[in-house]
Design a protein around this ligand. Sequence first.
Ligand code: FES
Length: 101
Amino acid sequence: MPVVSIMPSGKTIEMPAGTPLVDAILAAGDSIAQKCAGKGECDSCHIFVHEGRKSISKIQRKENEQLDSIVGVGSKSRLACQAILGEENVTVELLGFASGL
Ligand code: FES
């Protein structure tokens, strides 16, 4: 199973392919805001994916529209509720406002 590594906490968790990244983050014991309850309609679960981007699900139209509206969005940006884990390990970064730190 792929391993999800989470920055800045350094937590890691093995999760099966097909798991939304937000579920992996929560299962690892980190916190992440989900203002729209995972519908892809807000930006509270914005994360950066540093490694393994190619293996996770492609950005769909709704996620793309939300990302377009986020200040500070970059090529590593994803919405954790919309990005689905693939077969490869990934490293994600929780952003300050969303990590509860
Ligand atoms: S929780 Fe709202 S877009 Fe992910």
